[in-house]
Design a protein around this ligand. Sequence first.
Ligand code: DMJ
Length: 612
Amino acid sequence: MFRACVEHLRARRLSARHLLFTAVGCVLVVTLYYSALPNTVSGSEIWRTIRPPSTTPPHVWKQRAEAVKAAFRHAYSGYEKHAKPHDELRPLSNGTKDNFNGWGVTLFDSLDTMIMMGLNDEFARALPVVSRATFETNAPVTNRHEGYAPFFETVIRYLGGLLSAYALSREPLLLQRADDLGRMLSPAFDTPSGFPAFGVDTVTGETVGTSSGVLAEIASCQVEYTYLALLTGNKVYFENADVVMQGLWKVNLTTLGGMLPRRWNLATGYPGDEFLTVGAAADSAHEYLLKQYLLTGKQDKQALQLYLRTTNHIFTHMLYLSEARDLLYVTDTNRNFMPSHNFEHLSCFLPGLLALGADQLDLSLDDLEYETLGPIGQRSYDILRNYDLRALHRWAAEGLATTCWLLYDEQPSGLGPDVIHFQPRTGEWPARGAPPPTAKLWIDGMERWRKAGARGYPPGLGEKKPVRLTRDEIGSAKLRALRVPERDYVLSRPEYFLRPETLESVYLMWRTTGDPVWRERGWSIFEAIERETKTASGYASSKNILLSPTLLDDDMPSYFLAETLKYLYLLFHDEDMVPLDRWVFNTEAHPLPIFAWSAWEKSKFGIAEPSP
Ligand code: DMJ
């Protein structure tokens, strides 16, 4: 038998020695693989999923970056040809939209992307429009913002766009116009609390809006106004940013675990509800806690404190695992921290933020002031102190980013839905308000994993297999509400609005881990965008990501050029054009340079020295 076997091997030109080497090699690889997995959560070693190296050669990444640049050119030339100087292009009808003041939001939002892509002709053609803009709120608009500028959107798109383009080009006109716009928007802060009003008439200075505001809209202007204060030396701009930070800081949030809720009262400066979310109407406010800290050279200790309190609460109350596949997701909670199990595309910025924080901070619970937390925050702290905090942030980032990507990968169109709802595999929801029986808090899973010796993948991590729909399922009349047990979720909103959040996180995962899988995932999303959403003059939102070819909507938001295509370009571009220790992206992907206040600026603006 043995002789026959050896003869057979010889005939196939394989010797027993070959086999022996192969077997020893295999054992070695398997041993190395398993010894690389962590068995402790208290050490400083950071674990991440181990994957084979990329097989995509360097010249292909160059081609991919060029393909994204071509996509930007296609979208922007369509805008220039059919819509400039209006706000946005309608990419199916070649009509126009004036949804953000009618000053040309697509142009302003695109300036820094043009500079990064080396599109000098487009940039040169844009400057006269920037120069002529009056920033007066008297242009006819096609939405409900008649006679005023919506403060938040105007700050993140126009002001952020101008400041970033100035930082990258040093073109004096851009700073002048940022100064003009920053000044004309400043009356928005004339509210009893100092939190900015929803809108402002830039001609009369009158504010618009009710006394109730949402978190994202009142607390996502700090990085823009802080950088404008640095460039101009104007104290008013510093105070605009500071009044927001101080307003958030002084509120006692211990009953909410230290997290900022969604609704706020602009008259009193106090929270207006107990709804906690990182999604719509709140998202960028949480983002700016970390980003304000980073932008100002890690001096603003209050911003750090607020960020650590927020993430501590998210880690212990808002991260869940899906039932069938242990997909990690972040959801929102109402009274008594009752989860909705909704998961929004907008929330997919969170993994990138966590990855950024873990990369740029020496994350430690020692920096979190225990006495100020109150019983709920202290309970969270007591659980989290068992972990290497940096590792925990990285694990959450990786698990969440994987889910965000998978939600694209497993749809027939390859595009991601706007909102989904996670649900138990079988049975109906229990009575209103009660948690679903199978809902699994991530931290509970982590605690079990830790107590069992922390072997193998932490819950929610590791490779997740996409569950693709069958032909029958796709043909089903109830496609939208389709319940496929292995998928764990149903679609609440099946649209893809060309949003950037997943690609933003994919980009930050790539930059902070160096794992090429994120580049490959980004490329697969770009291919789907090209295949499904490209029109003769631009790119169009999808009405239903379950259909391929998908159903298109006559809409190309400016953030598609400002964010989605920029993050894709940076993902494939070899040179790190925006090093994370030198730049901070505003929430519209406009990078601003990190700086430290000089002694004079501290004295002039009244900035207190951070306590040791
Ligand atoms: C962008 O305008 C910004 O990123 C904002 O903070 C919320 N999301 C939209 C795009 O989805």
